[in-house]
Design a protein around this ligand. Structure first.
Ligand code: NAD
Length: 526
């Protein structure tokens, strides 16, 4: 638990997972979050910070130190009800607010996010575990989405055609859908809500955000910045919790559109239940991303990029490389180089300088990943680099796994097919690019597939034939910029319109077509 009250930077007594101990408290962070960092955290509904109706709370734990950062309330139906009422009430006036005025709040938000970037990044690292550089990078993408949404006066425009019949004009206009909700996963607490939130409110909708219960602090801070923009009350609302809150959102008659990002089984559940309740849904799910390495690839660059893709964010990225397929002669040079890149990666607490990879999110996640490595071995793979049970000095309680590489992976087994969501790369070998594309297309997943080559023809063949929503050519994390959709196919996505850019604008608006005729003009025509 963090202490409260007014103190300066210095050594304080902190209670955490390891009992009472002395720790360093930074004044800047402390002062800025003390108001609403109550324990348990507060919801933000109708412009007010308010206590949840929760009867239970969960500890929010720093995955590197095992310190308890705060407690998150498991909010109830009543909290969702209050947020939906606030959203519906605010919508009446917000939808009438000119888009040029609505984006002024986003301009303010952009500058506040930039001003508080360092502090937000530290919060992400503390609750999520990634390195400070990775935390800053995800916030940059969040800001980029705010910038794109500031173009809403143009992006939201419809179209028209005069004289579809003599004297008759047809006009398509876009209108907001109403109260919307965002349900987020743990792995990008600062970025993923921004694939949706800026577009939702710029289009004139109101919004309820439910962050992951594992990492609620980042959105808590973001909502303080949203409050500082002086958005009208009820336009944005924050409700903490887990399944009960999600179910209440899915069933609430006032909530018209839901954006979800998380694992595929939950995405599928959320999609089906929300759709059955008549809502527009966009649900991004899990992934299993292959990298294909052809013999003509620049092996030094390829290895460096592949290691960043597989081990960056401790492999907890929906665009992380999870299996590398070498084709023909690429096998030996790639295997040797990627093993050495894995072994040299510096693992530790993400706030420490020089650290290149942090822990995974929970001890349960660590155990699941280690179990999958063991399963891979049983299925015939051999462990080339073993990252299990590392000693990370000073962070013995953290959920660390070092980069791990398995080779001779069974193409039908767990390492080739199951989402691992940890710093584990499986190696496979195939003879031709056609075999590799067939492997990609045989997967239930379709989030990302990447090819490394110096051949334009091979690149074109791959881009054309690979069945995945994000394709990388000599790129290891093919993350689309904010003005492109964050795509995803097959079991990696349920719905139609994706997050970010024009897709988000379409999702957060409904089209209305007006066919009109004016009799004076009409009579002149005949
Ligand atoms: P998760 O599915 O466990 O949780 C996601 C959200 O759903 C959380 O807010 C959680 O509270 C809620 N939730 C969990 N179980 C639920 C249930 N039974 N009923 C209703 N709601 C429930 O996912 P996670 O572990 O937080 O995130 C990691 C997953 O997200 C990975 O599978 C990863 O691939 C995926 N992901 C996908 C993308 C993408 O763009 N496709 C991006 C990021 C993460």
């Amino acid at each position: 638990m963090l202490p409260f009250g007014s103190v300066k930077s210095g050594v304080v007594l902190i209670f955490g997972g390891k009992g009472w101990r002395f720790g360093w408290l930074e004044k800047t962070i402390y002062e800025k979050i003390q108001v609403h960092l109550k324990n348990p955290l507060l919801n933000y509904i109708n412009g007010q910070w308010c206590a949840s109706h929760a009867t239970e709370c969960l500890n929010v734990i720093n995955p590197a130190t095992a310190d308890i950062l705060t407690q998150v309330p498991l909010s109830a139906n009543d909290d969702v009800e209050a947020a939906a009422v606030a959203g519906a009430t605010a919508f009446k006036n917000w939808r009438r607010t000119p888009p040029t005025t609505r984006v002024q709040y986003l301009f303010k938000l952009k500058s506040l996010l930039e001003k508080h970037l360092e502090e937000l990044a530290r919060t992400i690292t503390q609750e999520c575990g990634k390195t400070i550089a990775e935390s800053k990078a995800e916030l940059q993408r969040a800001i980029e989405n705010v910038e794109v949404a500031c173009g809403i006066p143009i992006l939201m425009q419809g179209y028209n055609l005069e004289d579809v019949a003599r004297g008759i004009d047809e006009i398509m206009i876009r209108q907001p859908v109403g109260v919307t909700a965002i349900i987020a996963p743990f792995n990008f607490p600062g970025m993923i809500p921004f694939w949706f939130l800026p577009y939702a409110i710029a289009c004139g909708n109101t919004c309820i955000v439910k962050p992951s219960e594992k990492v609620p602090l980042t959105m808590q801070k973001v909502f303080e910045l949203l409050e500082a923009t002086e958005l009208p009350k009820g336009v944005v609302n924050l409700v903490h919790g887990t399944k009960e809150v999600v179910d209440a959102i899915l069933e609430h008659p006032t909530i018209r559109g839901i954006s979800f990002v998380g694992s595929s089984p939950v995405a599928q559940y959320v999609y089906s239940k929300g759709a059955a309740h008549g809502k527009r849904m966009q649900c991004q799910g899990g992934a299993k991303n292959p990298l294909i390495v052809l013999p003509d690839a620049d092996m030094e660059m390829t290895t460096r990029i592949a290691a960043d893709s597989a081990f960056g964010c401790a492999g907890q990225r929906c665009l992380a490389a999870s299996v590398a397929v070498t084709v023909g002669e690429a096998r030996h040079s790639f295997t040797e180089a990627i093993a050495s890149a894995a072994q040299s990666r510096v693992v530790g607490y993400g706030l420490q300088e020089g650290v290149e990879m942090g822990p995974v999110i929970t001890p349960q996640s660590q155990a699941r990943i280690e179990g999958l490595i063991q399963q891979g071995e049983k299925e015939g793979a051999t462990v080339l680099v073993d990252g299990r049970h590392p000693q990370v000095s000073g962070y013995e309680q953290g959920n660390f796994i070092r980069p791990t590489i398995l080779q001779n992976v069974n193409p039908k087994g767990s390492i080739a097919r199951t989402e691992i969501f940890g710093p584990v790369l499986g190696l496979m070998h195939l003879e031709t690019i056609e075999d590799a594309i067939a492997f990609v297309n045989n997967s239930q997943w379709g989030n990302m597939a990447c090819l490394f080559t110096s051949s334009g023809a091979a690149a074109r063949q791959f881009r054309y034939e690979a069945e995945a929503g994000n394709i990388g050519i000599n790129i290891g994390v093919a993350a689309p910029m904010a003005f492109f959709p964050f795509s995803g196919w097959k079991d990696s996505f349920y719905g139609d319109l994706h997050g970010q850019g024009r897709d988000a604008v379409e999702f957060f608006t409904q089209t209305k077509v007006v066919v009109e005729r004016w009799f004076k003009d009409w009579s002149r025509q005949f």
